[in-house]
Design a protein around this ligand. Structure first.
Ligand SMILES: Cc1cc2nc3c(=O)[nH]c(=O)nc-3n(C[C@H](O)[C@H](O)[C@H](O)COP(=O)(O)OP(=O)(O)OC[C@H]3O[C@@H](n4cnc5c(N)ncnc54)[C@H](O)[C@@H]3O)c2cc1C
Length: 384
């Protein structure tokens, strides 16, 4: 297809990856974001092998390997610190031919921004409307600016403003019944090259190695999705994890309340379409996914790759290319949304008996069932 001009709304993981992919194919892009200063939401992210493979395909493999944490082992322990299972991730890496990388979100954002070129990213532009006249599309911003393009990619996140234009209705978010606290620390709960997880009472505490430290998160089932902004995170977590193992107490004592993020976890019913005319949605705007498979960001990256590939391979025009993108991505991401929500419900005690059964299963785990589950997410992607 001849070089196109694309407006990408949102400079998160999805929007920036799409910008890199389209620019590599010779298209011009303008990325618009409402924020005045780009700061990633959250501290770290686990990029599983399917996400890393997208970066490889975009020429960013060395860059992500340079900032990725080395995660060779996995350990699950109970709340008292008794080991449930411990296994190597080597079989996963051998099977899918790519190691995963837990990374600092700022490292990932900087890497993507460098690849896009900051001159292509305009900040302080809150997009409120799209108008598609069949020959082109216009994005209007709150401040009254109008940007014309051949296509618009709405990568404006879980609370997407542009999503309803594409899907034709509002999207109700479903609270999955737990809150998450995450940040960065110097010390891990376990080994230096290990993803360590403590489990009990349908709660979860975890650390993963990233560049120069560890990404941590705490999950706590709470009926109320409202974030408690009145008390520092260590005080709240000390209450929720009272009596847990010394390593957990040590982690709580070492977290920085100023840089700890607290988020209520949501998902939504899978959407039936990701494109309408010359406008497409991607990333969390298209599929807000519980973090329980570590796949939301990876799926946003896959979206970007498939969207660029569809524009490259379709001779019939932009609309047709976006329809093909939609047809490929809707079933793939639906499967991930549903599996991640199911996983969230088991991990976070929607049925306490099921959660207890999972703990017992982990005590008999040699790693193969968990690796099989991770491979299922990776191997059904576009770069399997
Ligand atoms: C606790 C937690 C842990 C997670 N862990 C993982 C993990 O380990 N692995 C993984 O792959 N995924 C993980 N995810 C999911 C992942 O974070 C998201 O899927 C990913 O960040 C989505 O990227 P995005 O670009 O679609 O949206 P976002 O990152 O939300 O970016 C959207 C951007 O759009 C901008 N924007 C919004 N509205 C407008 C507007 N009207 N006009 C202009 N700009 C606008 C915003 O300012 C923002 O910059 C996790 C999520 C959570 C909550």
């Amino acid at each position: 297809m001849k070089p196109l001009h694309a407006i990408i709304v949102g400079a998160g993981i999805g929007g920036l990856t799409a910008a890199v992919a389209l620019r590599r194919d010779g298209h011009s892009v303008t990325v618009l974001d409402q924020t005045r200063e780009l700061r990633p939401a959250g501290a770290g992210i686990s990029l599983w092998s399917n996400g890393v493979k997208v970066l490889n395909a975009l020429g960013l493999g060395d860059a992500i390997a340079a900032v990725g944490g080395r995660m060779d082992w996995v350990s699950y322990l109970d709340r008292d610190g008794k080991q449930l299972c411990h296994f190597s991730l080597d079989p996963l890496v051998e099977r899918v031919a790519q190691r995963p990388y837990p990374v600092r979100r700022t490292d990932l954002q900087n890497l993507l921004l460098d690849a896009v070129g900051v001159e292509h990213v305009l900040l302080g532009q809150r997009c409120v409307k799209v108008d598609d006249d069949g020959d082109g599309v216009i994005v209007a911003t709150e401040s009254g600016d109008r940007f014309g393009a051949d296509l618009v990619i709405a990568a404006d996140g879980a609370n997407s403003r542009l999503r309803s234009y594409v899907v034709g209705h509002g999207t109700e978010r479903e609270y999955l019944g737990y809150q998450n606290w995450n940040g960065l620390v110097r010390r891990s709960l376990g080994g230096p090259d290990e993803w360590t997880v403590f489990l009990g009472e349908a709660k979860r505490v975890s650390t993963m190695p990233v560049r120069d430290g560890f990404y941590f998160f705490f999950d706590v089932p709470l009926d109320d999705p409202d974030i408690d902004a009145t008390r520092p995170a260590p005080d709240v977590l000390a209450e929720h994890f009272d009596g847990w193992a010394p390593a957990v107490q040590d982690l709580i004592a070492n977290i920085d309340p100023a840089t700890t993020t607290n988020v209520a976890i949501h998902t939504h019913t899978p959407l039936g379409r990701f494109s309408r005319g010359r406008v497409a949605i991607m990333g969390d705007a298209a599929h807000t996914t519980a973090p329980d498979l570590g796949q939301g960001g990876c799926q946003a990256m896959e979206d970007a790759l498939v969207l660029a590939r569809s524009l490259r391979d379709t001779r019939a025009g932009v609309v047709e290319a976006l329809e093909r993108y939609s047809a490929e991505r809707v079933p793939r991401t639906e499967q991930i949304i549903v599996r991640a929500a199911d996983r969230a419900r088991v991990t976070h005690g929607h049925d306490p008996l099921e959660t207890e059964a999972w703990y017992r299963e982990l005590a008999t785990e040699d790693g193969s069932r968990i690796i099989e589950g991770i491979c299922r997410s990776i191997e059904s992607g576009p770069l399997a």
